[in-house]
Design a protein around this ligand. Structure first.
Ligand code: NAD
Ligand code: UDP
Ligand code: UDP
Length: 320
């Protein structure tokens, strides 16, 4: 009988106090690892990690990743970046600095430590895609000078840096492209469609559809996303990605609104507002590569994920 010894790692999660990051920190601690969370709380709330603070294996570092950081770790998940259009457009220059300078700093750290490093990239690198669904070899259709560019071009540049550090300095990189993710601890005020619709429904306010609601997104529940991130981190050295992570079930925004109306039994109506500039018409990941390489696929259906999210926001609304 072979005895496999669990190896406890020390893991840095930048942006670990955020929506996805806080769930990731929690899962890594559950698995017995030590976690250092580096976050400047630019778009997150301390409440997201309040329940972890007294865990002896959890360490919180208030740190802005546009500045160098010196810690000793085995693995790095780089999630720090404002992620919603409202947040990343508040201060676009800071968004680029966080994404690009931040990538340089964590890559420099990984290079010094010979640590494995995973970049949370985004479906936005595909821009308003001409190829549907998006496979990883599609180069995308982005606008370098538009209002979303600080984020999508920033993330494209960060991917470039990851692959240059891999080719030039042999850094053990992993790149995943995250598609729309939702669940408990989404920001109530970051304008994302799921949080907006759920809160509008709970407060009986009109549900605001931008455009005619025919545009689609594919929504992945946060627990599934975290499993995907960890599965990618555990692939052999040299498996760099990029790999799409998301739920391939495509939903028109109007259908999402109708589902949330039905699930919350709200009396709120549905109203239509102008579509923001450069808002992609369709988005759905091709997750073949994730299934093959990681043996991973999103397991939570939209009804189950939405009901947990509605529960979270109902409790949050009750506290305020
Ligand atoms: P989030 O805003 O909740 O989390 C980002 C975290 O990064 C926050 O805690 C924020 O305070 C922190 N941060 C921002 N700037 C920082 C800086 N300069 N230094 C240190 N910390 C900083 O967003 P999220 O939805 O959890 O996204 C996490 C990552 O996943 C991001 O990199 C985002 O681009 C990527 N992503 C998310 C989605 C999604 O649907 N949520 C989709 C694609 C990609
Ligand atoms: N860096 C860091 N922590 C480290 C090592 C490097 O934050 O432990 C930062 C450092 O500030 C540098 C960046 O990472 O600017 C890139 O590092 P690299 O070694 O690639 O470049 P260099 O130091 O030669 O400019
Ligand atoms: N959206 C909407 N009403 C809202 C918020 C968003 O109709 O209150 C639309 C938005 O225009 C986009 C889709 O929902 O077409 C997803 O928006 P989100 O900001 O959540 O994600 P992203 O555009 O980054 O995929």
């Amino acid at each position: 009988m072979s005895i496999t010894r669990f190896s406890k790692k020390r893991i840095l999660v930048t942006g670990g106090a955020g929506f996805i990051g806080s769930h990731l920190c929690e899962r890594l601690l559950d698995k017995g690892h030590e976690v250092i969370c580096a976050d400047n709380f630019y778009t997150s709330r301390k409440a997201n990690i309040a329940h972890l603070i007294h865990n002896p294996y959890f360490e919180l570092m208030r740190h802005d990743i546009t500045f160098p950081l010196y810690v000793e770790v085995d693995e790095i998940y780089n999630l720090a970046a404002p992620a919603s259009p409202i947040h990343y457009q508040l201060d676009p220059v800071q968004t680029v600095k966080t994404i690009v300078h931040g990538a340089i700093n964590v890559l420099g750290l990984a290079k010094r430590l010979k640590a494995r490093i995973l970049q949370a990239s985004t479906s936005e690198v595909y821009g308003d895609p001409h190829v549907h669904p998006q496979t990883e070899d599609y180069w995308g259709n982005t606008n370098p000078i538009g209002p979303r560019s600080c984020y999508d071009e920033g993330k494209r540049c960060a991917e470039t840096l990851f692959f240059d550090y891999f080719r030039q300095h042999q850094v053990d990189i992993k790149v995943v492209r995250i598609f729309n993710t939702y669940g408990p601890r989404m920001h109530p005020d970051d304008g994302r469609v799921v949080s907006n619709f759920v809160l509008q429904a709970l407060f009986g306010k009109d549900i605001t559809i931008y455009g005619d609601g025919s545009q689609t997104r594919s929504f992945c529940y946060v627990d599934d996303m975290v499993e995907g991130l960890m599965a990618m981190m555990d692939t052999p050295a040299g498996t760099t990605g990029p790999v799409n992570l998301g739920n391939p079930q495509e939903t028109p925004i109007l259908a999402l609104a109708e589902k949330i109306v039905e699930m919350t039994k709200t009396k709120a109506g549905i109203v239509f507002a102008p579509l923001p500039e450069n808002d992609p018409a369709r988005r759905r990941p091709d997750t073949t590569k994730a299934r093959q390489l990681l043996n991973w696929q999103a397991a939570t259906d939209l009804d189950t994920g939405l009901s947990r999210t509605i529960q979270y926001f109902s409790e949050l609304a009750g506290q305020e």
